[in-house]
Write a protein that binds this ligand. Structure first.
Ligand SMILES: *Cc1c(COP(=O)(O)O)cnc(C)c1O
Length: 402
């Protein structure tokens, strides 16, 4: 296999992001294919017994089994690592597999984790239900409050875990300050960077240690496949992540990696345009709904912090209606163009009611504490013409009595 652009990492690291997105990680076979090949194979064959023995000893390059590594998956991992500015990445079957592996690979019974309370519902389940089952203590804090992170630290704290902006309230955590607090306590900061994407926010540069993604969202961005990824240092991988990966098998399928490689090629273009569209829609909605939560607008409580660590307001907003679930449902049901869907980061604009869908598993009191009201709608803005999206929202708002 000719690694024309794949393996000379000093060279690819110097490329600018637009070049990395198209060419980063490419490994060409002897056929000289233009687009990346899909290696839909579970195993590999060797020229000799000595060759495979050398690979198993780690002394020769090459693949041995797709649970340990696959060329198409490796191309996706290298391209994402380049875009993230990370030493390396490993791809998982789903975003939740990435979150679970990023935490469990480095934790053991007796350790303590501090997590932001506002996060994706399944991530909260990991913190509240899964980790304690294995003797790992967890504390949830208001992620916006740096003092709360500081107070929650204990001698056995090993990991800080957060998502910023958080789903669905768009709460922002101060990445630099929280990373410093984690490091002072001898803990690592794990960041779920799904909402911001590597295009709008680079947590490693602010001190985060491990970045986890759902590639299902913006990285695919066209509603096709599930996937996830973890970005980290080689040292972290060798010590914690790779042993966990190879033995638990939470890997990405080659077909999904191939789809997601194509997604990375256009990620920057899509995220920038979607974020521009979102900014226009936010300006429209701000005049029409009682409360709008969009980090890109000056009326957002944490606007200054959001803009200090993100290069745009993002593709997602939430708004709160006073008429509770009835009014929220009336608006959703009146939408003609925007789909009712609990996904995000898609080229199609999607709206959902978090209280009855993505965050349904949380008790009403926890929902209330997080600010997830019965009248909340989350909107993920896509690539359609924003004028058409605004017209659709306008008629749906009217149908809901607004
Ligand atoms: C969707 C999502 C996940 C989980 O990803 P899957 O690919 O659905 O498993 C985790 N965190 C956030 C913020 C998400 O939006």
């Amino acid at each position: 296999m000719k690694s024309r652009t794949g393996l000379d990492r000093t060279r690819t690291r110097q490329w600018r992001p637009a070049t990395q997105a198209i060419r980063g990680g490419t490994m060409r076979s002897d056929f000289g294919e233009t687009s990346e090949a899909l290696f839909l194979t579970s195993g590999f064959c060797y020229d000799s017994a000595e060759e495979v023995a050398a690979r198993f000893r780690g002394e020769a390059d090459g693949f041995t089994y797709s649970r340990q590594g696959n060329p198409t998956v490796a191309m996706f991992e290298e391209r994402l690592a380049l875009l993230e500015g990370a030493e390396m990445a490993r791809a998982t079957g789903t975003g939740m597999a990435a979150m679970t592996a990023a935490l469990l690979c480095q934790l053991k019974a007796g350790d303590h984790v501090v997590a932001a309370r506002a996060m994706f519902g399944s991530c909260r389940w990991l913190v509240d239900s899964l980790l304690p089952r294995y003797g790992i203590e967890t504390t949830v804090v208001d992620g916006r409050d740096n003092d709360a992170w500081a107070r929650a630290r204990r001698p056995n704290t090993r990991v800080f875990f957060l998502e910023t902006p958080a789903n669905p309230t768009l709460d922002i955590c101060d990445l630099k300050a929280v990373a410093d607090l984690a490091h002072d306590a001898g803990a690592r900061l794990v960041v779920d960077n799904v909402f911001a994407t590597p295009i709008l926010q680079r947590p490693l540069e602010l001190g985060a240690d491990v970045i986890a993604y759902s590639a299902t969202k913006h990285i695919d961005g066209q509603g096709r496949v599930l996937g996830g990824a973890i970005c980290c240092t080689r040292e972290f991988d060798t010590e914690y992540l790779f042993p966990f990966f190879r033995h638990t098998g939470c890997v990405m399928a080659p077909f999904n990696a191939w789809v997601l490689l194509k997604g990375l090629e256009t990620l920057e273009l899509r995220v920038r345009r979607m974020s521009d569209n979102a900014a226009r829609i936010a300006d429209f909605l701000a005049e029409r709904v009682p409360t709008l939560l969009y980090p890109g607008r000056p009326d957002f409580a944490q606007h200054a912090l959001a803009m200090a660590q993100m290069s745009a307001g993002g593709t997602i907003m939430s708004f709160l209606l006073d008429g509770g679930e009835a009014q929220a449902f009336a608006l959703l049901n009146a939408l003609e163009l925007i789909d009712i869907s609990n996904n995000i980061g898609d080229s199609r604009s999607l709206a959902t009611h978090p209280a009855s869908t993505t965050h349904k598993a949380l008790a009403p009191a926890v929902q209330a504490e997080l600010g997830i009201t019965p009248g909340m709608i989350r909107l993920s803005v896509g690539l359609e013409d924003p004028a058409d999206l605004i017209a659709d929202l306008d008629q749906a708002l009217k149908a809901a009595g607004l």
